[in-house]
Design a protein around this ligand. Structure first.
Ligand code: ADP
Ligand code: MG
Length: 140
């Protein structure tokens, strides 16, 4: 397995409830290193751009409205098999289906307000990291 980088977002439901530290404890505990991080307020256009692949999904407008409802923490995680590892620690999209101990099982409010985002492939990770960070902002 190779060292990878993936994009993680702590969503507005997590910042609102002051859970960023608790969530990052789970990520760091799994061996993922936070090598870039910033707290930002997304504009509607920025959120739409990030989730462009979901444009045709019925939940797209609600998702964008949720993602701009408060600040998010965008971060780059680095580690062995980081893309899949982050997904494993997050758990299933719907917290009702997420495994015990995962971020979403522990913290998510709903299938939409599910506390964390993680890139779903190495290819998308590179695209998503570049959406938020320049090379000099990532310190491994
Ligand atoms: P994941 O974040 O697990 O990769 P998707 O890429 O399928 O899931 O969806 C992106 C985000 O859209 C989800 O994390 C969640 O916030 C929201 N979402 C997904 N499916 C639904 C749904 N059926 N209803 C409302 N929101 C949804
Ligand atoms: Mg996804």
């Amino acid at each position: 397995m190779a060292t990878e980088r993936t994009l993680s977002i702590l969503k507005p439901d997590a910042t609102r409830r002051n859970l960023t530290g608790k969530i990052n404890t789970l990520l760091e505990g799994a061996g993922l290193r936070i090598v870039a991080q910033k707290r930002i307020q997304l504009s509607r256009a920025q959120a739409e751009g990030f989730y462009a692949v979901h444009r045709e999904r019925p939940f797209f407008n609600d998702l964008v409205t949720f993602m701009i409802s408060g600040p998010v923490v965008v971060q780059v995680l680095e580690g062995e098999n980081a893309v899949q590892k982050n997904r494993d620690v997050m758990g299933a999209t719907n917290p009702a289906n997420a495994a015990e101990g995962t971020i979403r099982k522990t913290f998510a409010e709903s299938i939409e307000a599910n506390s964390a985002h993680g890139s779903d492939s190495l290819e998308n990770a590179a695209i998503e990291i570049a959406y938020f960070f320049s090379g000099i902002e990532i310190v491994g």
